[in-house]
Write a protein that binds this ligand. Structure first.
Ligand code: ATR
Length: 277
């Protein structure tokens, strides 16, 4: 008789207590009546490789990777998808039967699925997207926007060098403008994306003048705590469609869950409620 093994997955970060992923994956496991466990793991950087190599032997089929390990894991993985290579970071690992570690980045996918669900009328080819911030999250957003054929990405970041580096990596479609110029380029945008940590609970507000914003522009924020950032509230007041950041977190988790537990989970209002609990 073959032994039935219950698949184990989880999330590795340092720290990990704030992660919403366990609630989310456990909600899906319960909803679909699946055997499986999803375990949060606090792993210090110096132990990352050893832990990753030992998890498959302990019955793990894969893990999510979060701050601060998303870049470091690229040095450990045996196989890396093109999109993870381009972004320079991975958030989803699959432990293959031959012991190899396969690394993917689903953040750009999560961003785009969330945007499509929240702003179905947004046409990527209708005009430029303004992206605020040039950190790790911005790289995933920019790669997703390039993939769907946005004609121009106007990129601005407090530290100009990081924005220039992104242009070097993603090409001529990116126009870099100074951080203080952000308000001046807003009027060109069909989409505005905040990828900075400004507006997050405990952080300063993002202050960008939205006066020139076009009525049919869509405004989205990667910040999801609070759900309605100042940027989104002001954009709503200006009559624009807005999309909060929680959906990106939910959608980026879908490919990993499907691969590990064999069921493609739905992202709906019950999923949102479970992640917020
Ligand atoms: P993430 O992976 O979430 O993108 P990150 O790589 O640390 O995290 O990037 C954080 C982003 O928020 C960057 O664009 C950062 O700007 P810098 O590159 O200049 O650091 C931006 N950010 C954070 N605090 C900021 C602040 N007080 N003012 C303006 N931008 C800020």
């Amino acid at each position: 008789m073959t032994e039935h093994k219950i698949p184990l997955a989880g999330v590795i970060g340092h720290p990990i207590v704030h992660s919403r992923s366990p609630r989310l994956h456990r909600h899906w496991l319960q909803t679909y009546g699946l055997d499986g466990h999803y375990i949060p793991m606090d792993v210090a950087p110096e132990n990352l490789e050893q832990v990753l190599r030992s998890l498959p032997k302990a019955g793990f089929v894969g893990v999510n990777i979060t701050v601060p390990h998303k870049e470091a894991v690229m040095q450990i993985a045996d196989q890396i998808t093109d999109r993870a290579t381009l972004i320079g970071a991975a958030n989803t690992l699959i432990f293959l039967p031959d012991g190899k570690i396969h690394a993917d980045n689903t953040d750009g996918y999560g961003f785009m699925e969330n945007l499509r669900a929240g702003a179905p009328d947004w046409d990527p080819t209708s005009g430029p997207s303004v992206v605020l911030g040039a950190g790790g999250a911005s790289r995933a957003v920019v790669s997703a926007l390039c993939e769907v054929g946005v004609p121009e990405i106007i990129l601005t970041n407090r530290t100009r060098l990081r924005a220039d580096k992104l242009r070097e990596d993603f090409g001529q479609r990116i126009r870099v403008v100074e951080w203080v110029q952000a308000g001046n380029v807003i009027e060109e945008a069909k989409l505005v994306v905040n990828t900075t940590s400004l507006g997050m609970m405990g952080q300063r507000e993002l202050r960008v003048p939205l006066d020139g914003l076009q009525k049919d522009a869509v405004v989205t924020d990667l910040v999801y705590a609070p759900l309605k950032t100042n940027l989104l509230l002001e954009a709503e007041e200006a009559g624009c469609v807005t999309v909060d950041g929680l959906g990106m977190l939910l959608h980026q988790a879908v490919p990993g869950f499907e691969r590990w537990f064999g069921e493609r989970p739905a992202v709906d209002s019950a999923t949102r409620a479970a992640a917020l609990r």
